[in-house]
Design a protein. Sequence first.
Length: 117
Amino acid sequence: QVKVVESGGGLVQPGGSLRLSCAASGSISSFYGMGWHRQAPGKQRELVANIRSGGSTNYADFVKDRFTISRDNNKNTVYLQMNSLKPEDSAVYYCAIVAGTPVYTYWGQGTQVTVSS
């Protein structure tokens, strides 16, 4: 059983910063990567950024140069540093870990990010 827990969401003013954390625990085998997705009301869930087991990263165009994903392998934790936040970044942010044989995606419960003045 793999458990994924996000933290760090909240209310921030436009132009501000937040750091999200995601910790994975349990029996994790064949780790492929971890990533962040987000879902705003009335919209589909979309990829924000991910980091693969080898360390390579991938970002959605709308967060490039503003968000940074990083990983602490020892703690099975991934972070999302979000800078220059915009109101359109408001959403529930979900962490996902891809692992296992067969491959499976484990999701966290999500953390709310609200960017508003």
